[in-house]
Design a protein around this ligand. Structure first.
Ligand SMILES: [Zn+2]
Length: 387
């Protein structure tokens, strides 16, 4: 069934038909089913199918199984015990979104849909185009008129139908919702409840990899992720709750979410002590465009996840984000700008001038590096950003 994620709502709905929000309060929904301990059979995220709402064969490009690298150079530099980078850039279309797309598009087939739609400007557009083509369903993807060619080239290559819309993302979302009302499946990150189920696999995989490859290490005490809609942090939290319940971990790591200073509605909501992020009133610009989300649909559950794990929220400016891209490069990891936020946040937390942010240097820390830098490689040319 679907369960409303709205605070104090608790409304539930049948999964017989896809639903994108709660009829009572308008909040996003999540999937609630009985889950079992994963058998770790198959490839990629199929390993966790006992914890996923899938009944048929997966539509898969073998997403998942991404590297968990020990960043010993960075750990030495910042005097940390254990630091891990979970590098999602090796997913089939270059970002963590593929985990969610695999589950969302598999469910589209189970519901009998033949066409998929969404509004996006970046990673999700590429991912949904690829998985739709793999599933032999059509995809219509709405992007703002001003979206640069570089961002849409993946969609074209995968055979998605690209529609440029006069206006911003909200206008694109309006068009995609209209398309969905005419019979298409809406694969929107924050609105499709199956998408977030796929994202849970990052949390499962992280725990499995520590146990398998780093036997002398503990499960991370702290996990730091970038936040756009807030969906990634929420789904990692849900996976950790499930794993605690299944007896796979003893305690749930602290969760820290990071946003760019130019657009940080979830950080503001957390710091102000409420669960409903308000759109920023100033018009800021950031190079981290993949998380430049003014209306973060899953912001409420992200705030809740940080509160319940004794975590916190951090905002970082572009200058420090850029420095972190180059620092991660020295570990052999090429991150897109938004993916450098967790490292930039870590440095800010340990900055002696930031005395209201606290973390123990003996903690084992994992940073989620969400996307591949090759997607925005023009930034790294000599004419692009400065070191
Ligand atoms: Zn509700």
């Amino acid at each position: 069934m679907f369960e409303c994620t709205g605070q104090d709502c608790g409304e539930t709905f049948s999964e017989e038909q896809i639903k994108y929000k709660c009829d009572s309060c308008g909040s996003p929904l999540r999937v609630k089913r009985e889950i079992e301990e994963p058998k770790y059979e198959g490839q990629g995220i199929e390993k966790y199918k006992e914890a996923l709402p899938i009944e048929s064969d997966f539509v898969t490009l073998q997403e998942g199984d991404t590297p968990l690298c020990e960043a010993s150079g960075l750990a030495n530099r910042y005097d940390l015990n254990d630091l891990f980078l979970k590098y999602e850039g090796t997913n089939p279309t270059g970002s963590f979104k593929d985990r969610g797309s695999a589950v969302a598009i598999t469910r589209a087939l189970e519901y009998g849909y033949r066409s998929v739609t969404l509004a996006s400007t970046g990673n999700m557009a590429a991912s949904v185009a690829a998985y739709s083509s793999k599933a032999r369903v059509t995809s219509r993807i709405f992007v703002p008129e001003a979206t640069p060619e570089g961002k849409t080239s993946q969609v074209r290559a995968y055979g998605g139908e690209l529609i440029r819309v006069e206006g911003d993302f909200q206008e694109c979302l309006y068009k995609a919702k209209k398309e969905a009302r005419m019979g298409s499946y809406l694969a929107e990150t924050g609105l499709n409840p199956y998408y977030l189920e796929g994202e849970k696999t990052i949390g499962y995989e992280l725990v499995k990899q520590i146990k398998e490859y780093y036997k002398d290490k503990k499960i991370p005490d702290t996990i730091i992720t970038p936040m756009g809609t807030g969906g990634l942090l929420s789904s990692i939290y849900w996976s950790l709750q499930e794993q605690e319940k299944l007896g796979l971990i003893d305690k749930i790591p602290r969760l820290i979410g990071v946003q760019a200073k130019a657009c940080s509605p979830i950080v503001d909501a957390f710091n102000e002590g409420h669960r409903r992020p308000k759109p920023p009133t100033t018009r800021g610009e950031t190079i981290a465009d993949s998380i430049h989300v003014k209306v973060p649909i899953n912001g409420g559950t992200a705030v809740e996840a940080m509160e319940e794990t004794n975590g916190f929220a951090v905002q970082v400016d572009d200058e420090h984000m850029i420095k972190s891209i180059f620092e991660m490069g020295r570990e052999g990891i090429f991150a897109e700008p938004a993916s450098a936020l967790p490292l930039a946040a870590l440095k800010k937390i340990f900055d002696p001038e930031e005395d209201d942010l606290n973390l123990d240097k003996d903690d084992s820390i994992a940073l989620i590096v969400t996307g591949n830098g090759l997607k925005e490689s023009e930034l790294m040319t000599e004419k692009g950003i400065e070191k």
